[in-house]
Design a protein around this ligand. Structure first.
Ligand code: AMP
Length: 283
């Protein structure tokens, strides 16, 4: 695995890889890698001739009171995991490489930027869209692999790719979970043992709602009520949002007959966790 840090090195490495192996699959990450990230790498490996991964803790997607400075950084272990997955290229830039001091360009996906996580993390999706557009320009992948775990991010980035006519195929991979159902996340390592138990409430609430749908419930409000009551049993967990929305627009839907995204975000202690479940359209 070649590790590159500068734009010139990365461009040269990408050119060489494309000549040698054909297509390039790209997996952008913030590091602290887990099996969820590895599943994206495996999907890229299955679809493309070469696999490039980036590790960049992107400052512009963190709010002023968020965890940028304490976000887990485990570069040596991450490299080991990526070597095991036979990744060809790792791009690990410095902040100054991605954002020269005089850079002022921001990618804003209007509307979507304010919904779900964008409503409570102001500016978060501008940071995400800007860094991903930037990474796409540098790595020039044929396909890019993202996790369904971050459902609002998926909607924002798909729209950006469409609006800017970026020549990148977007591949969305299923959420990888711990044995008990907790969605894997780099932030799970912040949780105390007690919080780790409480964190399961997100997945439990989503499953309760899904079970109702399987029993014929179609009204979004009923599903929200059911999810709220699961959270009510754990007063220490503070709900950020519970939502039943269209997966592309992230706008609320009244009923789920045509499919919907069930999404939850909550603070377990000081750790903000998210999870979601896609309901298929009724057949
Ligand atoms: P992050 O490092 O948290 O920015 O995530 C990098 C990529 O990994 C994003 O596309 C995430 O959606 C994806 N990802 C994170 N957690 C999971 C998971 N549990 N299952 C699948 N993909 C994930």
């Amino acid at each position: 695995m070649q590790i590159v840090r500068t734009l010139a090195e990365t461009r040269a490495a990408v050119r060489a890889l494309r000549a040698e192996k054909g297509s390039i699959g790209f997996v952008p990450t913030m590091g602290a890698l887990h099996a969820g990230h590895r599943s994206l790498v495996q999907a890229a490996r299955a679809r493309c001739g070469a696999v490039a991964v980036s590790i960049f803790v992107n400052p512009t997607q963190f709010g002023p009171n968020e965890d940028f400075s304490r976000y887990p950084r485990t570069f040596a272990e991450d490299c080991e995991a990526l070597r095991e997955e036979e990744v060809d290229l790792l791009f690990a830039p410095e902040v100054a490489t991605m954002y020269p001091a005089d850079a002022v360009t921001v990618v804003r996906v209007e509307g979507l930027r304010d919904r779900l996580d964008g409503a409570s993390r102001l500016g978060h999706f501008d940071g995400v869209a800007t860094v991903v557009a930037n990474l796409f320009q540098i790595v020039q992948p044929d396909a890019a692999f993202f996790g369904q775990k971050d459902a609002a991010q998926v909607a924002v980035l798909r729209r950006m790719v469409r609006d800017l006519h970026l020549p990148v195929e977007m591949a969305i991979c299923p959420t990888v979970r711990e044995a008990d159902g907790l969605a894997m996340s780099s932030r799970n390592r912040y949780l105390s043992p007690e919080e780790r138990r409480q964190a399961l409430v997100l997945w439990r609430a989503l499953q309760v709602a899904e079970a109702l749908v399987k029993n014929g419930e179609q009204k979004a409000e009923r599903l929200l009520e059911a999810m709220r009551s699961v959270f009510a049993a754990l007063p220490d967990v503070r709900v950020d949002y519970l939502a039943v929305v269209d997966a592309d627009t992230l706008l609320p839907v009244q009923d789920v007959r045509r499919g919907a995204l069930l999404a939850a975000a909550a603070y377990v202690g000081t750790t903000r966790l998210i999870d979601n479940l896609l309901l298929p359209p009724e057949v």
